[in-house]
Design a protein around this ligand. Structure first.
Ligand code: ADP
Length: 624
């Protein structure tokens, strides 16, 4: 939930700001347009009113100076009383009003009427022959004057074509005797409007029903046109701005097609305004209600004026809207990128934490393994120490035991040898038994020596005595020692020295190894020969090679490694036939290592013989 809020809040805020600012922009733009409309309406109304006021001033001035005079009052009074002939009164009225009528005509007032107090026409200056008809039944203004003799002015409903009318009461000695009426013609009014509304087109729209009720069909066709935007209205042809190119009709048509246009809204009791886009221009369409003398709306003055400022307002709205949109889009993109960046960082952080935890776990595991290892090592060291100690005790025991065995054994050997030599005192079979005792004692002594040797080597208590030694000494010694034994067994002993040089070594130990090998060779060979060859090995580190070969029983493949282990023999039956302890090769290999060399079984073939090779350095060194 927290993540959701964190991620979406900035986005929601931006979108919210956008949707808050948008109505503000729309309202701002709308207010500016409304203000423009209000200004235009005020200006147009002022100009319209100014024209009417000017007409009113002229009419009033004429009334004050030329009509509301005693002579005219007198004539109408006489006419009302029937004291004089109507014809005579009319003639005199016409003569009185002649000059002012001409003046009024020049100023655009083409109608001048005199009515009696019942509303009956006494004189029409523009048509002197038409008189005597009572107007109060057809004209509300006349009826109102009959009802209440006060000055009245304005257009008459359904009869705007007849112009703007001004009606003044006339009194004689305080008695209402009639009225005078002047009317400014539509043509002159139109001229006046055109002059004042020079930058705009206009026409007057009157309700079709009102006109139809007041004018004849022929007058209707002559004086009125159809309205394209409001079918319920007709256009006063005489009160229309000059429109040579038929532009007004086009504007009306365009307005009628405009989606948002509603005639009833524009043509209401209050001034209305709307915007019209036509031929790349913006127009303000203003509708000002025109009221009659009784303040009843009888028509609408509709004005079309170019309004470039509307275009500017619209442009600035779209500019602000686009700007807002771009800023919002950029902000949204920015926020999304930030969120994406933050999520990536969080993921990386998460991964880092996981890795860190894994690393810590690994470190802990490693540490625990190390501890286990250390413990095992400690145990191993402890065990080694114990082993060394027990080995030491064992060797000590063996050494002591061997030593203790040697003393009685030496006595047995000495005594048996003495008894053997006293042949005169004993019978031959007794002497033979003494010999057996002597031989067995010697074998036992050899065995004890081997065990002692091995235990000393095992416990590392064998000391080397290094000295120069010539191979010829070895050759001579071994040849003389084993020549007799070999020939007794019917074997040939071959000793070859291809080295014939000196070396530094422990001669006693070297001889022990070689004797061991030769004795084994003689022991396990029934026919053939046993040979010792001393020659260069070809190796730089161990240049001296001593090879002892025989033509004996050979060693089976599986036993070639184990024969170097202590107390191990190739075959159990061997020990019975050839005797031995199984320690000779183990002691020899240990001694070879002690001298810095190696002892290996080079080759062996069952029934054909074996070859052992001892490799030694030319100069042995004391072990550390
Ligand atoms: P031992 O000779 O006292 O038994 P060694 O350690 O000298 O002990 O020899 C171990 C075994 O290796 C012998 O018992 C024998 O089986 C085998 N062996 C040693 N030398 C030879 C050889 N030259 N020919 C055949 N077998 C041999």
């Amino acid at each position: 939930m927290k993540d959701f809020t964190c991620i979406h809040f900035p986005l929601l805020a931006i979108v919210l700001i956008f949707f808050c600012l948008l109505p503000f922009l729309v309202h701002q733009s709308h207010s500016r347009i409304t203000l423009q409309h209000e200004n235009a309406i005020a200006e147009t109304r002022q100009l319209f009113q100014h024209t009417i006021d000017l007409r009113h001033a002229i009419a009033s001035f004429s009334y004050e100076t030329a009509f509301n005079i005693p002579r005219i009052q007198q004539l109408l009074w006489e006419h009302s009383r029937g004291e004089r002939l109507a014809e005579a009164v009319r003639r005199e009225l016409a003569s009185e009003a002649q000059s002012i009528y001409r003046s009024l005509q020049r100023m655009g007032f083409d109608h001048l009427y005199f009515h009696d107090r019942d509303g009956t026409v006494v004189l029409r200056m523009h048509a002197p022959h038409a008189f005597g008809d009572n107007q109060q039944h057809s004209r509300a203004m006349i009826a109102a004057m009959v009802e209440k003799p006060v000055a009245l002015s304005g257009f008459e409903g359904g009869q705007m074509t007849t112009g703007l009318r001004f009606l003044f009461p006339l009194f004689h000695q305080g008695v209402h005797v009639g009225s005078v009426e002047v009317a400014s013609s539509s043509a002159s009014l139109s001229r006046e409007f055109s002059a004042t509304l020079s930058s705009a087109s206009y026409h007057f729209l009157v309700p079709r029903a009102a006109v139809k009720a007041r004018v004849s069909a022929s007058d209707f066709r002559r004086n009125y046109g159809e309205s394209l935007m409001c079918p319920e209205f007709v256009i006063e042809s005489a009160l229309t701005s000059p429109d040579e190119r038929g532009q007004l009709a086009d504007l009306e048509r365009a307005l009628a097609k405009q989606r948002s246009f509603d005639c009833s809204v524009l043509m209401g009791p209050e001034p209305g305004a709307t915007v019209l886009r036509w031929q790349e221009h913006n127009y303000q369409v203003l509708a000002l209600p025109v009221r009659d003398f009784a303040d009843t709306t009888i028509a609408h003055l509709v004005v079309y004026r170019k309004a470039p400022v509307i275009g500017q307002i619209k442009r600035s709205f779209w500019l602000a809207f686009t700007g807002l949109g771009v800023v919002t889009t950029l902000a949204v993109i920015f926020v999304i990128l930030r969120i994406h960046h933050r999520l990536t960082l969080e993921q990386q952080l998460q991964q880092k934490i996981v890795l860190e935890e894994q690393r810590e776990q690994q470190a802990r595991d490693l540490e625990s393994k190390n501890r286990t290892l250390e413990r095992a090592q400690d145990e191993l060291v402890q065990k080694t120490i114990e082993l060394e100690r027990s080995n030491y005790y064992k060797s000590e025991f063996l050494a002591n035991m061997s030593h203790e065995l040697r003393t009685p054994l030496n006595s047995i050997l000495l005594l048996s040898s003495l008894l053997m030599r006293s042949e005169a005192e004993f019978r031959p079979e007794e002497v033979e038994k003494f010999k057996v005792i002597h031989i067995c004692g010697k074998e036992l002594l050899t065995m004890i020596d081997e065990v002692l040797d091995f235990s000393r080597l095992e416990s590392g208590r064998v000391e080397l005595h290094l000295e120069p030694l010539h191979t010829s000494f070895l050759v001579d010694f071994l040849r003389s020692k084993y020549h007799y034994e070999a020939s007794e067994k019917g074997l040939e002993l071959v000793v070859e020295d291809q080295w014939q040089g000196s070396m530094i070594t422990d001669s006693k130990r070297l001889l022990q190894i070689l004797q061991n090998l030769i004795v084994n060779g003689l022991k396990f060979t029934r026919a053939g020969h046993v040979s010792l060859r001393i020659q260069p090995s070809g190796r730089a580190d161990l240049p001296l090679s001593f090879t002892v070969c025989d033509t004996g029983i050979g060693i089976e493949q599986a036993k070639r490694q184990v024969i170097f282990e202590a107390f191990t023999q190739a075959d159990g039956s061997i020990s019975r036939e050839f005797k031995g302890t199984g320690l000779g090769l183990a002691i020899s290999r240990n001694l070879a290592v002690l001298l810095g060399g190696t002892l290996t079984l080079q080759s062996s073939e069952m029934g054909k013989g074996s070859c052992f090779e001892l490799l030694l350095p030319q100069e042995s060194t004391l072990p550390d």
